[in-house]
Design a protein around this ligand. Sequence first.
Ligand code: CTP
Ligand code: MG
Length: 249
Amino acid sequence: MSDVSHPPRTAAVIPAAGRGVRLGPGAPKALRTLNGTPMLVHAVRAMAASRAVTLVVVVAPADETQGVKALLADLALPDRTDIAVVPGGDTRQESVRLGLEAIPEGIDIVLVHDAARPLVPVDTVDSVIEAVRDGAVAVVPALPLADTVKEVEPAPSGGPEPVVATPERARLRAVQTPQGFDRATLVNAHATMAVAGGDGATDCAGMVERLGAPVVVVPGHEEAFKVTRPLDLVLAEAVLARRRANDGF
Ligand code: CTP
Ligand code: MG
């Protein structure tokens, strides 16, 4: 994966170009604040907290790129961490691809981390990187499910939906980010999907699976949940308040 002349170098791509439709009207989701700080700033800090991460590429809403650059220019990050901002695309998959194109030579491992998961602990980030360093080409943090899951035949009008199957819950995992990849494998997956015409992947690891490459799961963390709906903002602010209280002791 890496040559012997240097340890594998790691970059993090943060797709942050979504509108946040499910969160309701307002600024693009990544720029919404949690206890006064934009979600994107929390997410950048979470990636930069890992000593392995030397570059963070933020994929911003195309019409907010300058504002995001200004926001992040003021951020105090560790000396080891460079930051770049590029405009995003119409889908998460396209935004990730645009972020990958901004990564220079010399990076061997790429993390892809949703701006919408601002509170992921550094231990989770490090365990994903470690698994890639140990030889996995694609690593996904994930948690067992609390709810039983049913596959249905979706009904168009909100009417009753016939159940098709009930997968065994113990074998299911809810996947989070950062997902970690051997750089060449992820670039290849994106190139292959672009040729195949697919553009709807909500999860990079799924694209690697379709290439036929092995994907492995490591333990995720409950604080790496995705801010999707308004209630998630309440939970995220409560987690931050708890951290602040704990730091005080
Ligand atoms: N994302 C992106 N570019 C897009 C769409 C999504 O970079 N065109 C990013 C989002 O900013 C987010 C991550 O992908 O950090 C996960 O997507 P999701 O949680 O679905 O965010 P949104 O697409 O913004 O939300 P919604 O689907 O409710 O509109
Ligand atoms: Mg979305």
